[in-house]
Design a binder for this molecule. Structure first.
Ligand code: ATP
Length: 681
């Protein structure tokens, strides 16, 4: 744990115990964080600030943490800002008395709306000093903006932003705030800058969400020790606290649930009071890609494992509480739909509530369970189902289903739910049980219903030929391949939110290529030629770097699209056009490499590639090659081909640049090996 040198003077002099946390104090911390790239120093600044909050105003701990992670609520609550550049520019102009054309020209020059806001605010003569912003006030203001919808909502949102900006200081007169150029990046603790960046969804502090979680754990452990009159905590005690918070958060990813519980019961009792429960979706466990069945056998050598069909549909986490058990889940069941059969909901891979998409599935839930089932959370895949041939249909069919407000009687594409895991059962989490035990419970307590509910097909074998046969059979059954999972021992527990080596995916289509498809963010486009002049003909894609919170370009793509695809994509992308690349895009600056238009980062596409190569034209994972002969080059895709749009992934859930580098290295290792076998260097 890094400790900061005592600065001698309090960086937040105006904040008194019991008073709302001044927003300026949080911005001062943000500014200190953005001045450094050292993770331990960042951690220390955050943890010190959170300790201060705990000591002076613990009631504000929740909104403080939420403002730090750039999220107003847990993902499943569906509160999202997603405010485009044009609306923010309008609000900056109106709140600072500058014309939109001046704001646009500043944006063109500076390229960061946060800095444009700070500059606009500093140029504005102030008649009277507005009441200082507080963390809870800013949080409430932002929530109001997010919750505004329907007729006239744009104007109301602009009104909300103006209200916040009018009270915001251009440069906060805190530590580091004087004498800095606020139009420069890292230009001091400006409230206006951080409000605007929050609205854009990127604080750009280099502060990962995971770091805030660790900082919170450290702050609480230190605070609890101080309150109890104990010595400062040892590194072991700190690590214990971090471990508890990480595990609890992975099973119950809601600060709204966890922070009040910590304040009431203490961190070291948290696992007893905060557990996985119906109503709070957990982030699913994910698999690592593999390039061959022999790679699977190498990885799982000597262990028992199972090969399940990898169904090609949509991930669905199904939550249920029977009427007689509702009283046992008083707080968190507000997210579940209530009817005479109990409470239920279906959540997507990224915790979005899909209940309105699948009313037909929810209506049938109770017919899948045997007696004495009072509550459960199932991990499943919903797959399009042909009621005549009684077979699974390809993924494309599922995509034709409406996403919202579906009426059961209007549904044309039926779905069958394939269950492959049981995470919670009759009041108890089961994630720590082995997969063999979880599967046994699933098969004992649920019953298949043809065309509605099935268990994922599997075979427990470690014989290469048998696995090969299973793979062929899975593909014949319209699946993507196999999911190979550890079956026994502690390694076979369910690891929420983790891409784990204990689950491997073998996708038939990718065995000859890089082992997996990539999910990439659309950043730019090129106008079409010939037949494609009215639409975009090619696109610039990027992978996500969670460490720097940037999108790093990886390829241009123009293959795999139908004419209808291109028209639809053009319609979706047109409102997302922006004047220039965002400051958090990492791309080539060579003029001939520039796309014709740039976009807000929203769309995620699944893309297939023949192989990976290094190129100075792209930036993906370039930091991994610094200091080598390939410095300045990024990984890029050769012959990329569009597969489908991933509506279930947000841009920051795209393939990470680290995963890209891993794929590249694996490919190079295999190439070397093959060359070696052929006797070539
Ligand atoms: P992909 O593009 O492969 O779906 P992903 O990043 O969404 O990638 P992965 O962990 O790579 O997720 O692959 C697992 C996905 O496969 C799950 O998210 C789930 O939707 C689907 N799936 C289908 N059948 C199974 C199964 N038997 N066990 C686990 N996941 C399955």
């Amino acid at each position: 744990q890094a400790t900061l040198k005592a600065s001698g003077n309090d960086p937040y002099p105006d904040w008194k115990a019991g008073e709302p946390v001044p927003y300026a104090a949080l911005c001062t911390t943000f500014s200190l964080v953005e001045m450094t790239s050292k993770r331990l120093i960042i951690l220390a600044h955050c943890s010190q600030f959170l300790q201060q909050v705990l000591r002076l105003t613990p009631d504000d701990l929740l909104p403080t943490v939420q403002l730090m992670i750039n999220k107003l609520a847990a993902d499943y609550e569906g509160i999202e800002l997603g405010i485009g550049e044009s609306l923010i520019m309008k609000a900056i102009g109106e709140s600072t008395g500058r014309s939109l054309s001046v704001i646009k020209s500043d944006q063109h020059e500076i390229g960061d709306l946060g800095l444009v806001a700070a500059k606009s605010r500093s140029n504005q003569p102030t008649m009277f000093k507005p009441k200082a912003l507080t963390v809870r006030g800013v949080h409430a203001g932002l929530r109001d903006i997010a919750n505004t919808s329907g007729h006239g909502s744009q104007d109301k949102k602009i009104g909300g932003i103006k209200k916040l900006l009018s009270a915001a200081d251009a440069a906060t007169a805190g530590k580091g705030g004087k004498g800095v150029d606020i139009t420069k990046d890292k230009g001091g603790p400006s409230e206006a800058k951080f409000i605007v960046r929050f609205l854009e969804g990127k604080l750009r502090l280099g502060l990962a969400e995971r770091t805030v979680l660790v900082a919170l754990a450290q702050a609480i452990v230190s605070h609890e020790a101080a309150v109890n009159g104990e010595k400062p905590p040892t590194p072991e005690k700190m690590a214990e606290g971090e471990g508890i918070l990480k595990t609890v958060y992975s099973e119950l990813p809601s600060y709204g649930e966890i922070i009040p519980a910590i304040l009431k019961h203490g961190l070291f009792n948290l696992s007893d009071v905060c557990k996985l429960q119906p109503g709070v979706p957990l982030k699913p466990m994910l698999a690592k890609p593999t390039k061959s069945i022999t790679e699977v056998l190498d990885r799982f050598e000597g262990k028992d494992f199972t090969c399940e069909y990898k169904y090609d549909g949509e991930r669905a986490q199904i939550h249920y509480v029977a009427p007689n058990a509702i009283h046992k889940f008083p707080q968190t069941t507000s997210t579940l739909q209530k009817d005479s059969k109990g409470l239920s909901a279906i959540f997507s891979r990224n915790s979005e509530d899909l209940s309105k998409k699948y009313p037909d599935v929810l209506a049938k839930l109770d017919s899948w369970i045997k007696d004495d089932v009072s509550s459960f959370v199932l991990d499943c895949e919903t797959v399009a189902w042909d009621t005549e041939t009684k077979k699974v249909l390809p993924f494309q069919q599922l995509m034709t289903r409406k996403r919202k407000d579906v009426k059961a009687e209007d549904i044309k594409v039926k779905v069958c739910v394939y269950a492959f895991d049981l995470l919670f059962f009759n009041g108890e989490p089961c994630v720590k049980k082995s997969l063999r035990e979880r599967r046994q419970l699933l098969h004992e307590c649920f019953q298949p219903v043809e065309g509605e509910f099935q268990f994922a097909q599997y075979g427990n074998t470690n014989v290469l030929d048998e696995i090969q046969n299973l793979l062929e059979d899975s593909v014949k059954a319209s699946c993507e391949g196999l999911m190979v999972k550890m079956l026994d021992t502690s390694e076979s527990g369910y690891e929420p939110s983790k891409r784990s080596r204990n689950w491997l995916k073998v996708k038939k289509d990718y065995l000859a290529g890089v082992g997996d498809s990539l999910d990439l963010v659309v950043l730019g486009a090129y106008y079409g030629k010939g037949k494609r002049t009215s639409v975009y003909g090619a696109f610039l894609l990027a992978a996500y770097n969670p460490n720097t919170d940037t999108y790093e370009t990886i390829c241009n793509i123009g293959t795999g699209f139908s004419e209808a695809n291109l028209e639809e994509i053009h319609k979706i992308l047109t409102p997302l056009v922006i004047d220039r690349p965002k400051p958090f895009y990492s791309h080539s600056t060579v003029p001939k490499d520039q796309p014709d238009v740039w976009f807000e980062p929203r769309l995620v596409w699944e893309v297939m590639t023949a192989d990976l190569t290094l190129s100075p034209r792209y930036q993906a994972a370039a930091d991994e090659f610094e200091g080598t002969a390939d410095a300045g080059k990024g990984v890029s895709l050769r012959f990329p081909r569009y597969q489908k749009t991933r509506d279930d992934k947000k841009p920051d859930e795209a393939t990470t640049t680290r995963a890209v580098a891993e794929m590249y290295r694996k490919q190079e290792a295999v190439n070397k090996e093959t060359a070696g076998k052929r006797g070539v260097d």
